[in-house]
Design a protein around this ligand. Structure first.
Ligand code: H2B
Length: 117
């Protein structure tokens, strides 16, 4: 099943971090904009926009996805950019949930801004 069609599992139960191999495998199914950061414990995508309004609009869409999945990124919003960082707070590392939310964010970006690089 495509990552974007999966649902997050509740973080209230402890899930062990993914192995490095799993992280790299799942990363390949996301937009190449996503990078592993913080010693491979987070994923990050910095998205550029032509103005603040677009970046805010996208931030709201990311917020909607996060609430639906009950899995929330850190977002750095500013003029022309929305920088998204995902990890799982309960183990301070990455689990499949992070990649599911990232895939849904990619899908929303491609749908809302099909002409963007
Ligand atoms: C009860 C609720 O689902 C949890 O507190 C969720 C909320 N959103 C979350 N988001 C992220 N990124 N990590 C978590 O561990 C997490 N926990």
């Amino acid at each position: 099943m495509d990552l974007k069609d999966k649902k997050c599992i509740p973080c209230s139960t402890y899930v062990p971090p993914l192995s490095q191999e799993e992280k790299e495998r799942l990363l390949k199914s996301l937009s190449p904009e996503w990078k592993l950061t913080e010693n491979n414990s987070r994923i990050r995508r910095d998205v550029k926009f032509k103005n603040f309004k677009r970046a805010l609009e996208f931030t709201n869409e990311v917020g909607r996805i996060a609430e639906e999945e009950k899995h929330h990124p850190e977002i750095h919003l500013g003029w022309g950019h929305c920088d998204i960082e995902l990890w799982t707070h309960t183990n301070n590392n990455l689990v499949e949930n992070d990649f599911i939310v990232a895939a849904k964010i990619d899908e929303a970006h491609a749908r809302l801004y099909p002409a963007s690089p």
